[in-house]
Ligand binder design. Sequence first.
Ligand code: SF4
Ligand code: SF4
Length: 129
Amino acid sequence: MTLSLSPMELSLNQCIKCNICTTVCPVSAVTDRFPGPKYEGPQAGRFRYYYQPAPDISVDYCSGCRMCNMACPTGVKIAELNARARANLVNQGKIPFQQRVRNNMIARSELLGKLAQPVAPLANAILSN
Ligand code: SF4
Ligand code: SF4
């Protein structure tokens, strides 16, 4: 089997395990359920070669903010590795239904705004109280 990896996938080999990405990740700062960019991107990424099933679904907590990409001194495409891993999890049907609904709502801010518009006066009144 010929293995053809994209430059994005190959970028995980540039990881020098400095952990700078973990210090800037807003998600790993607030929950132990997300082990951090170094683990989710270059580390776990090695086990996803040949599109094997991901080790766990913790990568679904990545918000895709790309703070890790900007901080990484060696140019590892962490956010993209995470996005690809999440897409594979979705294709494998491994993301629970509730999380899929949540992800789709968050990803569609215009739709979320339209749905929330009718209750905006009530929400504003509660918040200003
Ligand atoms: S893209 Fe994901 S892993 Fe990177 S800093 Fe943002 S939440 Fe953390
Ligand atoms: S910042 Fe880059 S090189 Fe350092 S641990 Fe994270 S991915 Fe690896």
